[in-house]
Design a protein around this ligand. Structure first.
Ligand code: P53
Length: 489
């Protein structure tokens, strides 16, 4: 039976926009999530805004663009779950203490861009923001926990979204690089592991599910990706210059796709899905150039990109040190109609009759994790890190305060067993940080009830709750897994 290597990075993952809160404290500027309401699996999250006459509106977040003269606004009649989130801002010492109790070797978190650069346009960072993260990293170090820092986790400053055209504007590259450079400089010696962009392939992967996605939407999604690739590659170079010990990775949303039937058309569609959703982004970041099928993908939607010769050189010089990804589920693709659809907030492929599904329609498939690891290892030969994995579920608090989340233990156990298998094959897997190691706000639905944590946080979908932390059954289970370096799961 294979063993996890010594020094394997066991830990957990979070992101500022879903966990940190303190949205209007410490000089932080706003982001899109501050004007996004909660939703459910069936009702979309809404973005709130005012038109040029000052009339309030709420529109579904996907596919939304602000009309001429409009501005994003926090409206009185709505609740915004990301404002407080689960309040890492005021609980970080206590939370890090709990992570240490579980024996974490690594803790994944993100830096809120707008806490360092409130509008994104400032020349110098907000000292209060820098100080906040410094204290956190020092606390982690004191507990022997290595921080793994995502530089961008969906939280571009709202000013840049509203006034600069978001990531379809080339200017965003240098603004991001200034932010990244500040992080590398200010936190040098405290942080060694970095991820440039969370789930960089997200916009292209989910575009098919945006209603009414036209060629312009594809144009914007591919252009956004290109500018983010260049920004990421520049950040990798800057990060290595500032500290050659820095290990900088990409982060890909890793969904394992299968053909629903043996119809060659389904096989072809499946390969296409791998190319577009995964290899397109992975190749640019891990190999330093666009794959040949990129041209085919662009031609499908008449996409014409702003790509310069200099950009190509930057991509080549800014190849990542390791390949990280999220893995929650697999998905079936088909060219056939009338198939049973899996309902998930984004992933609505055909339902796989061999798998079971979560309450949010996500398929549990540890085998898919093995397949995914093999394919990306064969392609890139870079160390792999699984930086998100887990089961979003409703937890019941018993009268005595205990929480028996055996379903979560079961899900994680199966995926850890899968990791053992691929390590046994010689694949260089270096770390595992299950998602939402402490309960936080769901990205897809904005719900609190979709929980992933080992640590429960008393907070509901309407914002009621004490924010008290408590240990679920999975807390002690995971502690034991880490203690035995994965020997006993
Ligand atoms: P939630 C969809 C599919 C796969 C990964 O998602 C995704 C999403 C977005 O919903 O995002 C990642 O909270 C993301 C995290 C997110 C996590 O998966 O919708 O990096 O920010 O919270 C889980 O259950």
């Amino acid at each position: 039976m294979a063993k996890f290597p010594d020094g394997f990075l066991w830990g957990g993952a979070t992101a500022a926009n879903q966990y940190e809160g303190g949205w209007n404290e410490g000089g932080r500027g706003m982001t899109l999530s501050d004007v996004t309401t909660g939703g459910t699996n069936l009702t979309p999250r809404m973005v709130t805004w005012k038109d040029k006459f000052g009339n309030p509106h709420a529109s579904p977040e996907h596919g939304f663009s602000l009309p001429e003269g409009g501005e994003y606004a926090v409206l009185e009649d709505y609740y915004y779950p990301n404002h407080k989130a689960t309040d890492f801002y005021h609980h970080w010492k206590e939370d890090i203490g709990l992570f240490a109790e579980m024996g974490f070797k690594v803790f994944r978190m993100s830096i809120a861009w707008s806490r360092l650069f409130p509008t994104g346009m400032e020349e110098e960072p907000n000292p209060e923001g820098v100080q906040f993260y410094k204290e956190i990293f020092e606390e982690l170090k004191a507990h022997g926990i290595e921080p793994l820092v995502t530089i961008w986790h969906f939280d571009t400053p709202l000013y840049l979204v509203e006034h600069k055209g978001n990531w379809t504007n080339r200017e965003l590259i240098d603004l991001y690089v200034r932010f990244a450079k500040t992080c590398f400089t200010e936190f040098k010696g405290l942080v060694r592991y970095w991820l440039t962009f969370n789930e960089i392939n997200n916009p292209i992967q989910f575009i098919d599910f945006v209603e009414g996605a036209d060629d312009q939407s594809y144009q914007d999604a591919y252009q956004t990706l290109h500018y983010q690739f260049v920004a990421s590659a520049k950040a990798v170079q800057v990060g290595h210059e500032i500290d050659p010990d820095n290990m900088i990775g990409c982060m890909i949303c890793g969904i394992c796709n299968y053909p629903l039937t043996p119809d060659p058309k389904d096989i072809a569609k499946c390969i296409y899905t791998w190319q577009r959703n995964l290899f397109y982004s992975g190749d640019v970041q891990a190999l330093g150039e666009y794959p040949i099928f990129a041209k085919k993908l662009w031609a499908e939607h008449d996409v014409a990109l702003d790509i310069t010769q200099e950009d190509m050189a930057i991509l080549k010089a800014g190849v990542v040190d390791f390949y990280s990804f999220s893995y929650y589920m697999s998905n079936c693709v088909t060219t056939h109609e009338n198939t049973d659809k899996a309902s998930g907030n984004f992933v609505m492929g055909a339902k796989n009759p061999y798998l079971t599904y979560s309450d949010w329609g996500w398929a549990t498939d540890p085998e898919g994790l093995e397949i995914f690891c093999r394919l990306v290892w064969d392609r890139y030969h870079k160390p792999l890190m699984i930086v998100e994995n887990g089961l979003g579920a409703i937890d019941k608090v018993e009268e005595d305060g205990s929480i028996h989340d055996d379903y979560r233990i079961d899900y994680l156990r199966k995926h850890i067993e899968a990791m053992k298998n691929i390590i046994g094959e010689g694949i260089d897997l270096i770390g595992y940080t299950p998602w939402g190691c402490i309960d936080l706000v769901s990205a897809g639905t904005g719900e609190m009830r979709k929980r992933y944590g080992f640590i429960y946080v008393d907070m509901d979908d309407e914002g009621n709750g004490s924010m008290n932390r408590s240990r679920k059954d999975s807390f002690n289970w995971y502690k034991h897994v880490i203690e035995t370096n994965g020997e006993e799961v």
